[in-house]
Ligand binder design. Sequence first.
Ligand code: 5GP
Ligand code: ZN
Length: 123
Amino acid sequence: MDNCIFCKIAAKQIPSTIVYEDEDVLAFKDINPAAPVHLLLIPKQHLSTLSDCTANQAALLGKMLALVPRLAEEFGCAVSYDADGTPTGGYKTIINSGPDGGQEVYHLHLHLVGGPHPWRRLH
Ligand code: 5GP
Ligand code: ZN
């Protein structure tokens, strides 16, 4: 898509700190992080919002979601358990959709936000 900033990042026309890439998906650091870990996971294919997805994108969406725990582990914010079984660590996965959902960039993306608090408020 012309004029889509995340398509340009996927095409390497705009620099970003890429942390994962395969033929379908790209993950890179958010330019304005709200927390110690703030990654964006995008499909390389331009889809504007989650509302543009159908069952045809089920595998792609599943791939993006399945990447989350792997990147959380790599960036040190995976959920782990104390000796007594109490969970520690963790992260949020967020997809903002449309103006009421707080979406600013209209190329589907999943936020992975984690690490020690405080975090900036996420809308
Ligand atoms: P949204 O509100 O659409 O869910 O979030 C868009 C996110 O994209 C924001 O967290 C913002 O900081 C990030 N962002 C916007 N432009 C760029 C950019 O050019 N590069 C990177 N790495 N992140 C961007
Ligand atoms: Zn795009």
